[in-house]
Design a protein around this ligand. Structure first.
Ligand SMILES: [Zn+2]
Length: 380
């Protein structure tokens, strides 16, 4: 294992943060034909939302597993692990509460505003594309890195985003480890990659596999890296372009789910997936899937109709039918008690960690099978 330390742009006199990346396996000597499984690169980062801690604990256990696999010669490809992806957010504590989702300086979500690579590099790659998919993959990855190297990083957040992207941009597999408030294991993936994501969902025992294809241009980290391939494929239909980066946001249950046993099992599940992908030597039989993929546009977000105490009837992981009561919102001042009910059939895959609802607050999400939403599908 090699440890690299990346220095972020200083936000203020006397303050300079660093980011660590751990590098396992082969160096970046990627042969032209990366269809060879042995040459795959995997990028895994934990806690881009800095107050979502299960990823850090999984990364801790992954570090041990990968160190042993590397020593035994079983690691056939390269794994880059960023065990704490957001030193800015980790340092944002306000009256003992850690605020890791948004940067306090700008108000921006740490997991938004990543590059629309297809638009950024299309002109540069157009004259270089050939009828050889492996060649095209190399050309596109080189153009992504070149573009990133030329971007200004005018502030600390920009330098963090750019550093993470440069570590991940040429990976075949990207796992962005997050969690929800109180939740069961679930994954987000772009629609064209559902086939590649299915074994990951199986290995992790995901209770929901949510798919979407974002055309908004305001990209999450995972979408930025997977979207470039299907967008360029659509733009250059006469050239073979692979779906060369399976990138997924992995929601490792809820914020408080940080037991060693669970994190160890999750780390082993990721290793099993990498064995299945051919990045690690060995044989593995993955568990049967415990959910069918469902559209993100079919996910019902439950809202509190008025302020009050949230008294949940349903647990995260419960399978609900239309009309089932998820929670009561109780206003002690008016004695108003309003049930919030499921409007789709499916798994309640996440619910809030707070028990006081402000009017309109999101209090839970149900993975319905039928798409019914249009427009932006993720909150800010
Ligand atoms: Zn998150």
């Amino acid at each position: 294992m090699q440890t690299h330390t990346h220095t972020l742009r200083s936000p203020a006199t006397g303050t300079q943060r660093t980011l660590q990346s751990l590098h396992f396996g082969s160096d970046r000597q990627r042969p032209d034909d990366s269809a060879n499984a042995n040459t795959q690169k995997v990028y895994i980062q934990a806690s881009l939302h800095a107050d979502e801690l299960p990823g850090m604990l999984v990364a801790h256990h992954l570090r041990g597993l990968l160190t042993a696999l590397e020593a035994s010669g079983a690691l056939l490809g390269e794994v880059v692990l960023v065990p704490m992806a957001n030193p800015i957010g980790l340092d944002q504590t306000l009256m003992y509460a850690q605020l890791g989702r948004f940067e306090m300086a700008s108000g921006e979500n740490f997991n938004r505003h990543y590059p629309d690579f297809a638009n950024a590099i299309a002109d540069a790659v157009a004259p270089q594309l050939s009828q050889d998919a492996a060649h095209n993959r190399q050309v596109i990855r080189a153009a992504m890195q070149e573009w990133l190297s030329q971007q200004p990083t005018p502030n600390e957040l920009a330098s963090l985003r750019n550093t993470l992207m440069r570590l991940a941009a040429d990976a075949d597999v990207v796992l962005d480890l997050h969690c929800d408030f109180e939740a069961v294991m679930h994954l987000y993936v772009e629609t064209p990659y559902l086939d590649q994501a299915a074994p990951l969902a199986q290995a992790l025992g995901a209770r929901a596999l949510l798919w979407a294809q974002n055309d908004s241009g305001a990209l999450c980290f995972d979408e930025s890296l997977s979207a470039v391939w299907w967008r360029l494929r659509a733009r250059f239909p006469n050239h073979p372009i692979d779906l060369a980066c399976l990138s997924s946001t992995v929601e490792l249950r809820g914020q408080a789910d940080v037991s060693h046993a669970q994190a160890q099992a999750d780390a082993q599940a990721i290793v099993d997936f990498l064995i299945h992908r051919g990045v690690i030597a060995g044989h593995v039989t993955l568990p049967q899937p415990v959910c069918a993929p469902t559209p993100l546009a079919g996910s019902q977000t439950l809202h509190a109709p008025h302020a009050g105490v949230i008294s949940y009837h349903a647990q995260a992981g419960d399978t609900l039918a239309v009309g089932d009561v998820v929670a009561d919102i109780v206003c002690p001042a008016t004695a108003q008690v309003t049930p919030v009910v499921a409007e789709v059939d499916g798994v309640l895959y996440a619910r809030h960690v707070l028990r006081w609802a402000t009017t309109g607050m999101d209090i839970g999400k149900i993975a319905g099978a039928k798409a019914f939403k249009t427009g932006p599908l993720l909150s800010a």
